[in-house]
Design a protein around this ligand. Structure first.
Ligand SMILES: [Zn+2]
Length: 333
């Protein structure tokens, strides 16, 4: 396969702290010989594991972006044994645009893996991560939130994996993150995820959903800050005490696609349950009202299974095919 067009201004083999860029040539009306400049920080001190920390995989998910810009300023080589690579704004054009996808090519980074070296800008970034950055790491943490259209109870997450030892390590990493809930996630469309690209290279991978609505809150930022601190200890690149809640995390499972409640109507969403609520099979979860005329009964959506409301649609307007609730099931740890 042809080489990437991205060049890094940091030297991944060098000890010390480096702030730099991943430079992706992008010729546009605004800049004929321009580049997309993705900020990157490396903090390295001798031999040890490598941790790859990413935010801004989706451009409107702010806990990870914020926590990683802060960490890049804070972390010093003397605190590290090994290497920490920090990319706070993975899909940089999307982050600058405040949108989930890139304004250049509409690329959704987390549906663009394994990427392509001569593809769209988003595919080129994905390819660079897949073939250049991920192979450098032993542990990877990718910080997500709900973005403008979803909101979540804050949780860390891992996936069911073919290798039981790798799966156990990922779930342990998610537990050590320090979120109140840990979810074993079922993905609707896993093939093109960054998650899958990292996991298929045998790495210990943890992801999160830390809030949403296209903003951040003090408590979710604090959770992201603590989670990053804890993950570095878990990976063995920093020493210190875990900052964990008093109670161990609740373990939640999403065994199949029935966890996703999806609309078959268009109109006005009236959610009848709140984030974190427990619902029973048959409970009313949402009504969708038509906006076209009065005198119409709303469509009613009832839970198809018992569960905890782990995620919800954020905007009140809804279309056919939109997910409006995500249910997760508590399991024994
Ligand atoms: Zn996301």
């Amino acid at each position: 396969m042809q080489a990437t067009t991205i060049t890094a201004t940091v030297d991944f083999g060098r000890d010390g702290k480096q702030h730099g860029f991943l430079k992706l040539p992008y010729s546009s009306d605004r800049s004929a010989w321009g580049c997309i400049m993705i900020p990157i920080t490396q903090v390295k001190n001798g031999a040890g594991p490598t941790v790859l920390l990413t935010g801004g995989n989706h451009g409107d998910e702010y806990e990870g972006i914020t926590a990683l810009f802060k960490l890049a300023n804070r972390l010093e080589p003397g605190q590290v044994q090994g290497r920490v690579i920090i990319v706070p704004a993975m899909n940089y054009p999307a982050v600058r645009n405040g949108s989930r996808t890139s304004p250049i090519d509409k690329g959704n980074m987390n549906r663009s893996f394994p990427g392509a070296p001569a593809g769209s800008m988003t595919e080129r970034i994905a390819d660079y991560f897949n073939r250049y950055l991920v192979p450098l790491c032993d542990y990877a943490l990718d910080l997500h939130s709900g973005g403008k259209t979803l909101d979540f109870i804050p949780f860390s997450a891992a996936h069911r994996l073919p290798d039981p030892a790798q799966e156990a390590a990922c779930i342990e990493g998610a537990r050590r993150f320090g979120a109140p809930d840990v979810v074993v996630m079922f993905e609707l469309d896993s093939a093109s995820l960054y998650d899958t690209a990292v996991e298929s290279q045998g790495k210990v991978f943890v992801t999160t959903e830390l809030g949403g609505g296209g903003t951040s809150r003090p408590e979710t930022i604090a959770l992201a800050d603590r989670g990053v601190h804890n993950f570095l200890i878990f990976a063995g690149v920093t020493e210190g005490d875990y900052q964990l809640p008093d109670t161990p995390p609740r373990l939640l499972d999403m065994p199949d696609g029935s966890c996703y409640m999806m609309s078959e109507h268009q109109g006005l969403l009236e959610l009848c349950v709140a984030l974190g609520d427990e619902v029973r099979t048959g409970d009313l979860v949402a009504r969708i009202h038509t906006l076209e005329r009065t005198g119409q009964a709303p469509a009613e959506y009832r839970a198809q299974r018992d569960g905890i409301v782990a995620g919800r649609r954020h905007p009140a307007l809804i279309d056919i095919g939109d997910t409006f609730a995500v249910l997760a099931i508590e399991i024994d740890a």
